[in-house]
Design a protein around this ligand. Sequence first.
Ligand SMILES: Cc1cc2nc3c(=O)[nH]c(=O)nc-3n(C[C@H](O)[C@H](O)[C@H](O)COP(=O)(O)OP(=O)(O)OC[C@H]3O[C@@H](n4cnc5c(N)ncnc54)[C@H](O)[C@@H]3O)c2cc1C
Length: 490
Amino acid sequence: MSLPSLATVFARQLRSLAAASKMVHHRSSSSSNSGKFTDRFQKDLKTSFSLTDREGLDERNRPPHETDVLIIGGGVVGSSIAYHLKRDAEAGLNVTVVERDCMYTRASTTLSVGGIRQQFSIPANVEMSMYSVEFIKTIKEHLCVDDADPPDVQFNQGGYLILATEKGVDQMRENHKIQKECGAMVNLMTAKQLKSKFPWINTEGIALASYGYDNEGWFDPWSLLKAFKEKALSLGAQYIHGEVTGFDISKVPRAGAEMAYYTGSGRRVKTVKVRLPNSPETIPIKCSMVVIAAGPWSGEVAELLDIGKGSEEDLLHRCLPVCPRKRYVYMFHAPDGPGLDCPLFVDPVGFYCRREGFGGNYLCGRGPEGEEDEPNTDNLQVDYDFFETNIWPHLAHRVPAFENLKIKSAWAGFYDYNTLDQNAIIGNHPAYPNLYMATGFSGHGIQQSPAVGLAISDLILQGKFCTLDLSDFSFDRVMQNEPFKEKCIY
Ligand SMILES: Cc1cc2nc3c(=O)[nH]c(=O)nc-3n(C[C@H](O)[C@H](O)[C@H](O)COP(=O)(O)OP(=O)(O)OC[C@H]3O[C@@H](n4cnc5c(N)ncnc54)[C@H](O)[C@@H]3O)c2cc1C
């Protein structure tokens, strides 16, 4: 993609650093989560992280003195941004990703369920998922790396089925209209139609159902992260194993001709301080632009920039309202459960369930409510009572074949939870013209990651949203304390 002249001029102004496509890959099998993730990673570690055997660790993890764009967080969002930037920028744009947990033991991405749907109420959310699904379906055209096996995210178009009681009917119809206008493949079904299509569902209390029959389902989140990361590396992005612990900032003058990218006055991030593993040392990395893609910990990172610490008139007054919220995922076996026709279904009570493979295994989960949903980053321990009390009775009611299920394993992960409105925050920070945020996805960040990577890349390289207009997700609503609510959120 060629850049407009402004971006070209700007790109030329950026200092060119020595080409670097080096990274540190560390993995170990330790994880406090049980079950599929530990197993799943073992196979990939050998391939995705085999660079460790070929190159010197110290050399690969040596941070640059300066970089053009520094991305904090190498999860699926940070890695998608790194890939899109390297794909779309002119040669010479240095992209550095700093990731403190290169085993991704706590990252939201690797503990996700990997669902993708177009069933949202906000058109931009529908459009993001539509973009992402196309990307995922054609992933081999985008993320193949020479000599390596083509990426396979195991996209299963099993569909999404959302069930509503009488109370939810009007909202479901409203959402449906928006989704259809955006071009989503969704059908509404009465209880009778539902029973005829999915005879294993108990339709008691169900007044209407919305079924995404195409372009919806689930895929393997780890494989998507791995594919983005390996492609970004192959294009010259550098991944650094380290933790961002602070920043140096400077005051920016008002925009002048030579600083056309920086509109308005404010602060500017000058350097990012990175603490390397097993070292008390903190390395400063000079950078032109910084992206916060730190998932559940984005609010913490923003605090290091005094975001949320200013007086009422100050642009730093509002915090970045993103924090970790624990969610459990349970895997169970039910020999008589529904087969291939089982979509990911969401009950009006609030739990979801989907098939996992073909052997009578299923995944399910449910968000805690009210005071139970407190920030908690202490541990990733699973609460099995939560399943017994809050999920199982409803699950067995909805699908009688699940009455004799057996829990096989479970894990916990952190949502990157936006406490204001559970929607993404995408774009610049008003006080820091060279600071971008891509966070707060609150349970739909995997499916939005391809779209968000493209949008942030456009914003950085072109100075505006081009392909997808995500301006509704800007920090402005946080500044004004005006939630932008998604009405179809699970
Ligand atoms: C149980 C569960 C189920 C989910 N199900 C779905 C689903 O079905 N569909 C869907 O679309 N989404 C789902 N999600 C949400 C989705 O996983 C997230 O929105 C998405 O992974 C966010 O990606 P990320 O890259 O922003 O965050 P992460 O994957 O958390 O990556 C952020 C990275 O930043 C690093 N980091 C943080 N602070 C620093 C620092 N100071 N210095 C350096 N590095 C730092 C972290 O180590 C982390 O690896 C689910 C999440 C969970 C927990």
